[in-house]
Design a protein around this ligand. Structure first.
Ligand SMILES: NC(=O)c1ccc[n+]([C@@H]2O[C@H](COP(=O)([O-])OP(=O)(O)OC[C@H]3O[C@@H](n4cnc5c(N)ncnc54)[C@H](O)[C@@H]3O)[C@@H](O)[C@H]2O)c1
Length: 412
């Protein structure tokens, strides 16, 4: 059993966007209740920033995960927030060192690794493994779950769930960015949507039995590159002005906030976007992940679900419709709304969900709060490795089905 304690010591492996989101939440809600004592991160600027800000001794700043893993355990908790492919080796090494772990999703990038992680976790039952399936902590999905659990609407019969990636977010992350190529990172349904498969498991409180999936890369591929008019980089393209996917448009409008380029002059544009992977023509990248995918799932108790991921949406949000015996729940993000209609009373209720609207609609913060409360008070935490393993297996089998033309896969 973990021992309840007043101050939690923390190490971070991979100090990027996600680690900073969680650190900000820790600072906002738990200042004085945690201490960052070690960081493994190759970027020298990030190393310096974090060392100064958190007063970390030089010997506890490591050039990478391998160097960090050579040391005995340095803190209660380690946060694994590197890119997808490193998670498995870090998890395996750090679990054996005795750390409690906050692990980013996807937890691993092959089905074999995921199964191995389940095996490893069973050997260390007293260590907490918190997977960053932050949707389980979102104010919106927490409220939906609460409504389902009142049982007023009876059993869930079927669900339609959509992940609307947003065209500009899709081209940023999945055509030009780190998750563009499944060999380098992982298939879209894993990278983007293990969250969504996990939330279906959470809402149905069931297990998936069968899965089938269809989808292709239709738009963002070399066949759609016009040699006469287009160019390798948007800055040199003759049709840039009419292209919705233009890097100049996307970054100058600051639609994407995580990467900020100074585009105030032609020289600066050439300097930043002419040489960066983010300035590339969307029809000339080394991407291969699908731009739309439709998946059908059958759960143990006859519940069915369809799940759609699409790049071709204006908004970045999720929309869901849950059809129950005696009523229906419709919900969406941004604005965060839930509408519940009860067939027995013929009444419709609406709930507006208050969120800070940053970090997955408040989910990142709530994830940290729930983790810290569980950790400080030896309580339960609901995004565990076991539930994550199940959603990841669903994603791998959906991808297998998609590659095999939609063949139904049994989930054992
Ligand atoms: N939970 C969510 O909702 C969510 C959202 C986005 C991304 N993610 C996942 O979070 C993870 C991190 O994403 P990010 O956007 O923060 O990435 P990032 O690229 O911003 O951060 C990764 C960091 O790891 C560092 N790094 C690289 N190699 C390293 C090594 N060998 N040892 C230690 N550090 C190393 C990089 O320099 C970088 O600072 C990814 O797996 C991503 O898929 C999760």
């Amino acid at each position: 059993m973990r021992i309840s304690k007043d101050i939690i010591t923390l190490s971070i492996v991979g100090l990027g966007g996600r680690a900073n989101a969680y650190l900000n939440a820790l600072e906002e809600y738990y200042s004085g209740k945690y201490r960052l004592v070690a960081v493994a991160e190759p970027d020298l600027e990030k190393q310096k920033m974090v060392k100064d800000k958190y007063n970390i001794p030089t010997e506890n700043i490591f050039a990478d995960d391998i160097e960090f893993m050579k040391k005995d355990r340095l803190s209660d908790v380690v946060m694994i927030t590197t890119q997808d492919k490193l998670h498995f080796r870090e998890f395996a090494g750090l679990l054996a060192k005795g750390y409690d772990i906050i692990l980013e999703k996807p937890i691993a990038t092959t089905i074999e690794e995921v199964i191995k992680m389940k095996e490893l976790a069973s050997k260390y039952p007293n260590q907490l493994i918190a997977v960053c399936h932050v949707l389980r902590h979102s104010p919106l999905f927490t409220k939906i779950k609460e409504i389902i659990d009142t049982n007023e609407l009876g059993k869930i019969i079927t669900i339609q769930h959509n992940e609307n990636i947003g065209y500009y977010h899709y081209v940023h992350s999945y055509v030009r960015g780190p998750w563009r190529n499944s060999e380098e990172s992982s298939p879209l349904i894993l990278a983007k949507s293990c969250h969504d498969l996990d939330i279906l498991l959470y809402l149905t409180n069931s297990h998936a039995k069968k899965i089938a999936s269809f989808g292709t890369l239709t738009e963002f591929k070399k066949e759609n590159f016009d040699e006469e008019k287009m160019a390798d980089y948007c800055i040199d393209c003759k049709v840039e002005k009419e292209c919705p996917f233009s890097a100049l448009k996307i970054y100058s409008s600051q639609k994407i906030k995580s990467v900020v380029f100074d585009l105030s002059s032609v020289d600066k544009i050439r300097k930043y976007l002419g040489a960066s992977q983010y300035g590339r023509c969307v029809y000339r990248c080394d991407n291969n992940v699908v731009d739309h995918q439709s998946t059908i799932i059958e759960f143990d108790d006859g519940i069915t679900a369809t799940f759609n991921i699409s790049a071709f949406t204006s908004k970045i949000n999720r929309t869901i419709k849950i059809m129950c015996q005696y009523g229906e729940i419709r919900a969406c993000e941004k604005p965060y709304l839930i509408e519940v209609t009860n067939f027995k009373t013929e009444q419709t209720k609406q709930y507006e969900i208050e969120t800070t609207a940053t970090g997955h609609g408040g989910s990142d913060k709530k994830f940290i709060i729930n983790f810290m409360e569980a950790y400080l008070n030896n309580g339960k935490f609901n995004s565990t490795l076991l539930s994550a393993v199940e959603s990841h297996i669903m994603a791998f089998l959906a991808e297998k089905s998609r590659i095999n033309g939609g063949k139904v896969e049994e989930i054992k």
